[in-house]
Write a protein that binds this ligand. Structure first.
Ligand code: BG6
Length: 493
């Protein structure tokens, strides 16, 4: 077999998001964000949205893993693993606490200056998401989040402030995390900040899946995010022509459960609307016809797409395609087909795949297939996997060791398939594992579901002193990076 190698400058690293690690939720002038209004949950107990912060209620983002105060130690550990890149997000509400403030909060800006300097000290490039599943809470209450066109201007001002401030420290930017989750009702709250009045007035926390959904408004809000992103891309390129600015898509590759043409057609629709629609708009700069037709069938009136919007979408096309990949799911027209969970949304059980403890399919080959699909769809566009990881329960042994062999096996099998995809001709430039350090889970709000190479001694009941400890995967990943992937590829059978 031909020897497979990763490109020389391949960007190995890890990814986190502000609200899942920082904590310090009201420190140094930070305002509340949508993420701060969501309670903890478990695999079986849904997270809830609470319109005001309630006493005796656990909100995981408020302390998270205290990265705000401990980032130096954490970045040093990432430097020790040899990271080339560290993906994190800026908390919008640290920079503009209310979203519509006329001046940015200097202390917030300074925090990210210090953080990026710390990365650069170890030769780690920051890859920055401007909005990772959160927007300032005030924008929700006052403007209904991205349902309002005015919020586009606030976002653009925020993006411009960050671009100008960090133009010599950050080259890689992503405008919105997993923008495509807004195609689902579950995606209305976090990133879009779209909450209906009746839910805002609720006296009790509401399970996220019970929030009232108005698809017309949700798709309009998504359109506003497309415009905000395009505008930011244009401004970013003016501020620094070397910026590389990408879209970020939650990729769940769907397989038809059977070769029954009805399953195949249902799968095509699901793939188009969840995986392809948003990427097509951001990469090609226009709405694909299939999406316009589908929105029409859903009863969405798309007259909110103005002619000047079409021009802007063309002018603000992204330079890079990034995505998260955890699992694949099946699609079936059989209402009795067994269903399983998934990241943001579930699907139909694939009998050929095993499941993680959180019920997510494990499908390394699906990553190779997905990478090839993307490369074919958007020829010549660099691609980066910016999230991939294994959420599992970790046990600290008596001697303090943490043997996370299942995590190593998961990541190793996915890296092998990335290598094969590169050998297929996919222009993959980097890979950031999700949660190189344990962090708050978005889906369940737990810390019990751990992703890291670095263990954090903090638990869902609020106990633990936040001490960091290396897991077995720490040294394993260090070797992967120092050998540029060869330690994994060499034992390819
Ligand atoms: C991605 C998100 O969808 O999945 C992350 O971008 C999230 O923020 C990750 O943490 C894993 O999901 P979970 O539910 O295990 O945190």
């Amino acid at each position: 077999m031909q020897k497979i190698t990763f490109p020389k400058e391949f960007l190995w690293g890890g990814a986190v998001a502000a609200n899942q690690v920082e904590g310090a939720y009201l420190e140094d002038g930070k305002g509340l964000s949508t993420a701060d209004m969501i309670t903890g949950g478990t695999k079986d107990k849904p997270r809830k949205f609470s319109p005001v912060i309630m006493e005796n209620t656990y909100y995981p983002s408020h302390n998270a893993i205290d990265f705000y105060h401990r980032y130096k130690e954490d970045i040093q550990l990432m430097g020790e693993m040899g990271f080339k890149v560290f993906r994190t997000s800026i908390s919008w509400a640290r920079i503009f606490p209310n979203g519509d403030d006329s001046e940015p909060n200097e202390k917030g800006l300074q925090f990210y200056d210090d953080l990026f300097d710390e990365c650069l000290k170890y030769g780690i490039q920051p890859l920055v998401t401007l909005s990772h599943y959160e927007i300032p809470w005030n924008l929700v209450v006052k403007y209904k989040g991205f349902a309002s066109r005015q919020v586009i201007d606030f976002y653009v001002r925020y993006a411009e402030t960050c671009f100008k401030r960090y133009k010599d420290k950050v080259k890689y930017w992503l405008t919105f995390n997993e923008i495509n989750v807004a195609t689902l009702a579950e995606g209305a709250l976090n990133g879009l900040g779209l909450v209906q009045e009746q839910d805002l007035q609720s006296k009790e926390p509401i399970p996220i899946s019970n929030l009232k959904d108005v698809p017309q408004e949700r798709f309009e809000a998504l359109h506003h995010q497309f415009l905000a992103s395009a505008h930011a891309v244009m401004i970013g390129h003016q501020i620094n022509p070397n910026f590389v600015i990408g879209c970020m898509i939650n990729r769940i590759t769907w397989y038809p459960l059977t070769c029954n043409p009805s399953d195949v057609l249902a799968c095509q629709l699901q793939s188009r609307m969840f995986n392809d629609f948003c990427g097509d708009v951001m990469v090609r700069g226009e709405y694909p016809n299939y999406a316009l037709k589908e929105l029409e069938k859903l009863g969405v009136d798309t007259s909110y797409i103005l002619s000047e919007d079409k021009k802007l979408l063309q002018e603000g096309k992204v330079d890079l395609y990034t995505f998260s990949y955890y699992l694949t799911n099946c699609v079936s027209t059989d209402p009795h087909a067994e269903r399983v969970g998934g990241n943001v949304t579930g699907g139909v059980r694939n009998p050929y795949l095993s499941l993680s403890e959180w019920g997510w399919h494990i499908d390394p080959q699906g990553l190779r297939y997905t990478l090839n699909l993307i490369a074919e769809r958007y020829p010549n566009l660099p691609i980066m996997v910016v999230e991939n990881g294994f959420g599992a329960i970790d046990h600290v042994e008596k001697d303090g060791s943490i043997k996370d062999s299942d995590r190593i096996a998961y990541l190793e099998s996915h890296i092998k398939e990335m290598g094969k995809a590169i050998s297929d001709g996919v222009p993959l430039i980097g890979y950031t594992t999700w949660g190189p350090i344990d962090l708050v889970s978005v889906g369940t709000g737990e810390l019990y579901k751990r992703y890291g190479f670095i263990y954090v001694n903090r638990h869902d009941n609020g106990s633990g002193d936040f001490t960091r400890m290396k897991k077995a995967s720490f040294n394993w990943y260090q070797q992967v990076i120092s050998s540029n992937g060869q330690s994994v590829m060499d034992d390819l059978k």
